[in-house]
Structures are given as C-alpha cells and as structure tokens.
Design a binder for this molecule. Sequence first.
Ligand SMILES: [Zn+2]
Length: 563
Amino acid sequence: MLKKALTIATCLLLLAFQTIAQGTGKESTTLRQPLVKQVNALNRGPKLVVGIVIDQMRWDYLYRFSELYSSNGFNRLLTQGFSCDNTLIPYMPSYTAPGHTCIYTGSVPAIHGIVGNNWYDKVTNRTIYCAEDLTAKTVGSESSAGKMSPRNMLTTSITDELKLSNNFQSKVIGIALKDRGAIFPAGHSANAAYWYDNGKWITSNYYLNDLPNWVNEQNAKDLPAKYMSKDWNTLLPIGKYDLSTSDDQPYETAIKGEKTVTFPHRTSQMTADKYEAFKYTPYAASYTFDFAKSAIENEKLGAGKVTDFLAISISSTDYIGHSFGPNSIEAEDAYLRLDKDIASFLQYLDNTLGKDSYLVFLTADHGVTQVPAFLNQHKIPGGTFLDLAIFNELNQSIEAEFGIKKSVLSVQNYQVYLNKDEIIRQQKNVEEIIQKIISLLKNKVYINYAVKTEAIELASLPEPQKKMFINGFNPKRSGDIVFTTLSGFLEGSSKGTSHGAWNPYDAHIPLLFFGWNVQQGNTHRETYMTDISTTLAAMLKIQMPSGNVGKVITESMKTRKHN
Ligand SMILES: [Zn+2]
C-alpha cells in the first residue's frame, strides 16, 4: 500500500518536472526530436565495413618500414585510426584457414572446427582440405579449384550475423587469391566469394551459378598478363634496402619459372608458369585491390540503406614471405608496394563513400618465422623438420616394438593422429602406444613438449601454451598427441620459411581499426584475434557470432556522448 502510494507520488513529481522543463506541447516535440535523431544515428552503421587481412603480416612490419611508407597507407591507418599493438593468436596451429576463420568468427578451432588448412578426417580416412566441398562445382573455369564452400566451418561469422541482423539485406562479398582467404571470412550466407585460378577470378556454385558480367569483364582484361609484362624491380634503388639481407641468398626459393632469386625478377619472360608465378609478385596485391574496387562499384556496396561488408585478403604477401623470408628485399619491397595499394584503396573509399562513413579493420591471419638458415648464420637457434619423416619413424618404431603396422595415420599441424581401430584390433593397449609415441617425440632435440590432446589440462605446460593447445584442439578433427618445437624450428625444407607455431613470431599480428566511429589512438594491452569480431559486433550493434569467445576492445570505439 505504502509502496503504491510512493510510486504514485513519484509519478506525479516526475510529471510536474517534465511540465516545467518542457513548457508547451509544441516545445516538447522539438526537444525530443534531437534525441530520436541521436538514437537513429547510433543504430545506423557505416555504409560499408572493409576487412583487410594481410596474409603472413607480422606486427613489427608496421613500424619496421614506417619511415619508408607513405603518409597515406599504413601510416594513415596508424595515425588516424586505432592500433592494438599487442594482438595475439590465442590457439595453435597458426595457419591461414584457422586465422581467417578466427578473425571472422571471434572463435577458436576447438569451436569453429577449422583446425588447420588440412586435417585428417577420421570418417573418410584421408586428409581433407579445409574448404573442400565435393558437392560443389567450379564457376568460371574448367578446373576443380572451385569445388569449395564454407561447409566445414561450424559456427556463424560476423558477416553472417550482419546479414541476420537485417533479414539478409546487407551484401557480403569475400575476395582473395586463396580460396580459404575469401570463403571463411564471407561466411555461410555470403552473396559471393571469389578467388584466383590460373589468371582468373572464379567462384563455386555454392554461391552463384554463373559469374556476374562485371567479373567476366574483369577476367577478360587479363590483368595478370599485363602486370607480368613489366619485370618486378625494386621500388626504390636497391641500395636503400638496408633493413634487409643482401639480395642473393642460398636459402631463398626461386619463383616458379625463374632460375635466380635476385632482382629484377624477369616476370616478362615467363610463359608457361606465368599465372602461377603471378601469385609470388606484389602485383597480385594490386590486382586484388583492383577487383575489390570493381566489386564495390558493380555490386554498389555501401550504396544501400544498410551496412554492407567486403572481406579482402591479400595472399601474395604469404607466398613471397614463404619463398624469400621476412628479412628479404623481396618482402620489404612487397610491403612498400602494398602500402601504396592501401593508400590508393583508402583514397578510393573516401571518394566513393565519403570519409568516416566506412569502417576498415586491418589484421593478419598469422606471422612468420625467420628463415632458419638465416638465423643460424647469425648464431640464433633454428632449424627444420619434416612431418613425413616423423610419420615414418613413429610407424617403424611402433611396428618394431609392438608389431602393429600403420599405427600412426598422419602427422600434421604439430599433431599425431593415431590409428586407434588398428591398435584395438590387434588387442594392444592404446594408452601404452600413446605414451611410447610421446617419449619418442620428446627424444627429438627440436621437440620441446609432447602431450596427449585429451589431457592437455593435466600436463605441466606453461599457461599460454596450454591455453593455445586447448583452444586449437577439436576432438573430432584434431590429432591424439600435440607437440611444440624449440624456438626457430619449423616444418619444411631447408629453403624458405613457414609458420604455424605458438611463438610470438607466428602469433603476434597487427590490428588496426580506421574510419567510422573509431577512436584515434593505440593500446599495448593484450588483445586477441578473437576480439576482432566481438568488437565489430559491438560497433555495429549486432549479435556476436555463434561461437564467439572474444572481448570488446572498448578503447578502439568512440564513446556515446550524453548531452
Ligand atoms: Zn603461409
């Protein structure tokens, strides 16, 4: 009774205040109007979100080459946008497909299911490719390169959530030379994803039955051939590349069709391998941005009443990095040229959509290790190993001791897949075989830890690695034993380099937000790849993806002003 009386009194008091504050009814409408406008403005997202993933870009490249970059590319993103300078990958293995999937799902392989570029499939008993889809058909070429889809991804992406937020009115397009760099970012419900196949942009009938006219027109221009008709020479006089090793190194891998590893790369003289070699040149980044501009123009991205999403991934930086290493003139030159591409793309977005009406984020799917042979030249530890050699050795040892043939099905992604059916069929103890394999792995000089994946939590591992192992472990798709190597060791041959490890050189990535509603500044607080989609969901005021485990990077967003 007393409560009711109090409520009525409060209501009357509020009404009195409102009447005093508002005066006449006419004034009250005009006062409310700006508030409604503010709320509407808050709910209205940017015209377009552009995600730019630079395949294999290490965080240090932002600063290492900054004096050589222009003011309009990376430096514009850094000075006018927000940089999360300590962004880490929270799982291992750090490869392209899990990276792109994590960025766009805010989730980890344990949940989104993309545990590697490939993994051993226990149902079909073979290694499968992350984006393979045997039910899909290539659209745009005669090859099988289009038999792809995002079906192996087990959660929604931020791009799916954008579409779900407005009854699928948003347009979403993914673009990358690599199929996996276009497919997972674009999500399940994308309008299209396009990737590169032998000189052309193609897709899969998962998205479209025919290539749109504008894509056919773009393909008809044969831009890769035009780009390749000019040799790849250094942008600056070669003597200025003193941040990199001198040009001719025995541990560099030659581009297909070339005999030497030095500048100028004679791309104009390549014939048969021209379209394959193209991926290993910085021209392929320009070509990807050409296509992105064309997509914006022809699909009218950002011109509708809702937010659209363009997911771009630059793959050529990864191909160049693998072949020549992060300390090569080739890598440095590729980034100086990429900086120009980014500057021109941002200028294009300004002109087409208007400054601050689009939101860009730039990040990477993983970093890269220095070439082990180069590290050794400077007395820094490093080396290589081959999965196949481990596979053969383990099988031979287990057969010799227990009499079981093919006890190991596969070694990949720093994991060992066990043939449990065969071990049980031969009435042997699975646990005993696991412990034997762990001890065999630990005997290798370059292997640091080896643990049973189902029991990672119980292993005496440093906390960051333990967390990364658990996040990377999907019971249906991962192996039975996981191992890590000593710093500087990687899977591969003695030439070139790779990535995939937990170490900071592979797991520390750039993360920049720029444009619509972005607060200028930076943070050195620990942030994670999983936070990207979470932050985008917060900025766009939409539901976070279905497997999201990240946190909002609140510092990167402009806060709401209360007048
Ligand atoms: Zn790579």
